[in-house]
Design a binder for this molecule. Structure first.
Ligand SMILES: NC(=O)c1ccc[n+]([C@@H]2O[C@H](COP(=O)([O-])OP(=O)(O)OC[C@H]3O[C@@H](n4cnc5c(N)ncnc54)[C@H](O)[C@@H]3O)[C@@H](O)[C@H]2O)c1
Length: 276
């Protein structure tokens, strides 16, 4: 058994189908239609998997880390962004957990460092009318911990720390709820009986010695833009391809690259806590 997935929803399905051998994947979900098991205890019984993946709503991540580790203390767990409830909790479980960083497993990611390092830069992920399930858990502060700052900003932070390292100082934090009208989209229609109390726009500025880097995330900007750019160059990106998730799962990050991953995870978590 290679992969044990908790949460078989949107992203859980990507993990499930992205693997080459479906018989090596098992899924637990509270929705019986998406689950291979009736209970979590049944899911945990049997052979230990190589990795667990927690792909449930944000507010349930901590619960499942604790549950898995009490049954399997040596487990390796990929936790979906934005991680756990806060950085202290993250550090407690750090020997066993890694934050999902699928964007750093895109095929051409190695090109980024030499192209953008050391110069002022904007890292932008602006969507148009892409509020995920508006009214549902993604737009409730107590369930998601925040809006686009917890949803898309982690991806931008992964790019940022990967390209520029850790010397920047966070000098500006902006977040706003800019969207008041939500049209139906493939990411869901607005549930008027639900809750929408999170930001739809978030922007961070990091200052380095001779330059600054601006990270900007928006669920509902007038123009769609996914781009890393400075005065001389730009690199546009699409939604993360499935191959990146597979490459991440097949990587040996728990062994070969443990120090880099834990450092990045803590730094990302610190910034996400500021955005909460
Ligand atoms: N890395 C990425 O690019 C990426 C992309 C999308 C989502 N995510 C993250 O993945 C997680 C899930 O997002 P999603 O878009 O798949 O959400 P989703 O709502 O589509 O799916 C969540 C699934 O979890 C199940 N679930 C809910 N509560 C549960 C519980 N207590 N126990 C077990 N299952 C439960 C639901 O039935 C659902 O199938 C979030 O943390 C999100 O931030 C990451």
């Amino acid at each position: 058994m290679r992969l044990a997935i908790i949460g078989g929803g949107g992203i859980g399905q990507v993990y499930k189908t992205g693997e080459s051998n479906p018989h090596e994947v098992k899924v637990y979900d509270t929705d019986p239609a998406l689950s291979d098991f009736a209970t979590f205890d049944e899911f945990m019984a049997g052979d230990r998997p190589k990795h667990y993946i927690i792909a449930t709503p944000n507010f349930t991540h901590s619960f499942y880390v604790e549950k898995i580790l009490s049954a399997d203390p040596y487990a390796h767990i990929f936790v979906e962004k934005p991680g756990l409830r806060n950085v202290q909790e993250w550090i407690t479980y750090m020997p066993n957990i890694t934050m999902v960083k699928n964007n750093l497993y895109r095929l051409n990611v190695e090109d980024l460092k030499p192209r953008f390092s050391g110069r002022s830069c904007r890292i932008t992920w602006h969507e148009n009318n892409r509020v995920p399930c508006p009214g549902g858990w993604f737009t409730q502060k107590d369930k998601a911990f925040g809006g686009v700052g917890q949803d898309l900003m982690p991806h931008l932070l992964h790019f940022y720390f990967y390209i520029f390292g850790y010397e920047g100082r966070l000098v500006s934090v902006k977040k706003e709820q800019r969207t008041d009208k939500i049209l139906p989209s493939k990411y869901g229609s607005f549930d008027p009986s639900g809750i929408f109390n999170v930001e739809t726009f978030a922007e961070l500025t990091f200052k380095h010695k001779d330059f600054e880097v601006i990270l900007s995330a928006d669920w509902d900007a007038p123009v769609e833009k996914r781009r890393i750019e400075n005065d001389d160059d730009k690199w546009s990106f699409q939604l993360c391809p499935e191959i990146a998730y597979v490459r991440m799962l097949n990587s040996r990050q728990f062994t070969n690259d443990y120090v880099n991953h834990t450092l990045m995870d803590v730094k990302v978590h610190q910034v996400l806590d500021i955005l909460k």
